[in-house]
Structures are given as C-alpha cells and as structure tokens.
Write a protein that binds this ligand. Structure first.
Ligand code: TXA
Ligand code: MG
Length: 319
C-alpha cells in the first residue's frame, strides 16, 4: 500500500528518488492525477500497466519538465509542433511526435511515435525537475485510475482506486484538487497537418491561431492508437446519459441556471464551463458512492470547452 505525502520540497525529493529507484509515484497535474514511473525503467513501466490493468498496446505519455527535454525523446518535429510546444507548455497539451530510437516501444505501445507533455502544476513541475536533476529523463504517467474508469482529480480518488494495488515503496503526492479536471488535449503532429485526437483546454482555435495551419478534425488513422479507441473509457459504475430526461433517483449535472427536478440528486451546478470540467469526474464518483440509478448530464452548448467536456461524457456513456 503506497503512502500519501504532501507536496513539500522534502516530500518531492523523496518522491523523485523513489521514481529513480523504480517505484511508482502518483502526482497531481493541472488536468488529473497521474501515476508516474521512470520512463527508462522497463520494470517500472511494466508495473504501471499491471497495476492499472492497462492493455500493453495502449501508449503512455512521457512527462518532462520543459520543451528543452524534447530532443532526448523525439526527432523530426515539424515546425508547427515546436511552435505549439513554445506556446502551450507548460500546460494541458500532449504532442504525438516521432520517437527517438532510445525511447522504448514499451512506452509507445509498439508504435514509432511518442506522446510528450510538460505539465504546469507546481508539484508536477518540481517533481520532474528534481527527477531530472538526479539523472532521470522523463516520467510516464497515465491517469492514476484503473483502466477504463474515471480519472482522479483528488489524491483521495487515487487512494480509493489504486491504494491497495500500490507497493510499500510507492507514493501518492497530495497536491489538492486538479484545477482543470479533464485530461490534456492530444495533438497528433505526425503529418503536415496536425490533428486533435483528444479535445481539451488547449483548443483547436487556440492552436490554429498560433501555428496558422488548419487543424484537422478527429479523423483517426489506423496507425495511431489513442484515447477513445477502447469503448469503455472514463466510465463511472453508474450509467451516464447525455441530454436525457431525469427520472426519480437519478443524479443531475447541469449548469446552475437549470433547476433540479423533484427526487433527483443534484451532483453539480457549475456556473461556467471551467467549473463544469473541474467538477465532472468528482460528480461521477459521488454518484457511484451514493449508488444512484443513473447520471444525467445536460450540456447542449456549442463551444470548444463544452465540446471537450461532451467528449468525456460521451465516452463515459458508451458502455
Ligand atoms: O492530462 C493528461 O494527459 C493526463 C495527465 C496525468 O498528464 N494523462 C493521461 O494519460 O490522460 P492517459 O494514459 O490516461 O491517457 C493518455 C492517452 C491514452 O489514451 C493514449 O492512448 C494516448 O494518450 N497516447 C499516449 N501516447 C500516444 C502515442 N504515442 N500515440 C497515440 N496516442 C497516445
Ligand atoms: Mg486515462
């Protein structure tokens, strides 16, 4: 059973050393909590797949402290990928680029490309820096939940989901609530035109404004495996319905101006889309704890953040 520590400098130094020694460290990012392992330690990376029950062909994102660490992991970046990195890192964006020969295909699900991200959360930044100062090169970190279930946005969620599966030298860093609450935008940078594989807080129009190239819609090539290829993803135990009528005993997630019908449990009343995203996964978990019949999410607005939230709700409802 892993132990939970705070994000003090002392705890982070302990955590960085644990990573270097091949143990797992769950840590907060601005999106969701990640379950970290030294990306160059094959046994530790295998352990991530084991504790998450994750299929080995499902690639992991390598987290680095800054764009300066890209060259260790990747080659032949198109100029637009460099521009995206310069503008949106540190932040909630993952770039899929051509991998360097030294990057183990265990990380990449056997593919020739690799996912890279520089998180902005202070604790994540300090952990990655401390790890790199000890000689580490990058930390693979999938969301710290069982494969197919809801991503954690509090350290307690990590304890609930993964606590029993962690070993005695593994750690959980408690950095409070994740500010954004949904996973990073994934941008495939393997072709002349980038493509968004998973929408998030770095939106298509934000990226297009920087690079001046039109970004393709999510139109998947068979060669790239990514989030959403597996049917059951981001799912709470309680069935999720998008824009459906509520029945007695349901839980409701909807903007604050929408009233709660009688005999329905209000799970979340966000005032804006940022709040909607940050409360979504904890509301899913609350519904499971309360043993509700169903979760109904009302979200019909069209804008890029609403679309990113709807992507998660849609996947959660896709059982
Ligand atoms: O916000 C996030 O991205 C969080 C935090 C912890 O950084 N991480 C996260 O990791 O969501 P994970 O493993 O739960 O989801 C990452 C997704 C996976 O669905 C995976 O298929 C995709 O990224 N991915 C990673 N590397 C890839 C690659 N080389 N090619 C295509 N997709 C990749
Ligand atoms: Mg995940």
């Amino acid at each position: 059973m892993g132990i939970t520590l705070d994000c003090s400098t002392k705890s982070i130094a302990i955590a960085a050393k644990r990573l270097l020694d091949g143990h797992l460290v769950a840590f907060p990012t601005e999106t969701v909590y990640g379950l970290g392992a030294d990306a160059n330690n094959e046994a530790a990376v295998r352990q991530i797949y084991t504790v998450k029950s994750r299929p080995s062909d499902h690639p992991l994102i390598v987290h680095i402290s800054s764009a300066e660490c890209i060259d260790y992991w990747a080659v032949d970046l198109p100029k637009y990928a460099v521009d995206l990195a310069k503008n949106f890192w540190p932040g909630p964006m993952t770039l899929i680029v051509k991998k360097n020969s030294q990057a183990n295909t265990l990380i990449t699900g056997g593919q020739n490309n690799i996912g890279l991200r520089v998180p902005s959360n202070n604790c994540a930044q300090e952990l990655l820096l401390a790890f790199e100062n000890m000689g580490g090169k990058g930390v693979v970190a999938p969301s710290a939940n069982q494969f197919g279930s809801v991503s954690p946005t509090h350290s307690q969620d990590v304890e609930d989901d993964m606590g029993k599966l962690l070993s005695k030298n593994d750690l959980i860093l408690n950095g409070g609530t994740c500010t954004l609450g949904i996973e990073s935008t994934i941008i495939d940078c393997l072709t002349s035109k980038p493509r968004i594989l998973r929408p998030g807080f770095v939106t298509k129009s934000m990226a297009e404004n920087i690079i001046g190239i039109e970004i393709e819609e999510n139109n998947l090539p068979n060669s790239v495996r990514h989030s959403g290829n597996h049917l059951k993803h981001y799912s709470p135990k309680t069935p999720v319905y998008l824009n459906s009528i509520t029945l007695a005993g349901d839980g409701l997630i909807a903007m604050s101006e929408i009233d709660t019908p009688q005999n329905v449990v209000r799970l979340s009343s966000p005032k804006n889309f940022e709040e909607f995203a940050s409360q979504l996964y904890s509301s899913f978990r609350k519904a499971d704890q309360l043993n509700l019949k169903r979760i109904v999410v009302i979200l019909s607005e069209q804008n890029e953040i609403a679309d990113a939230i709807r992507d998660r709700v849609f996947k959660a409802s896709n059982k």
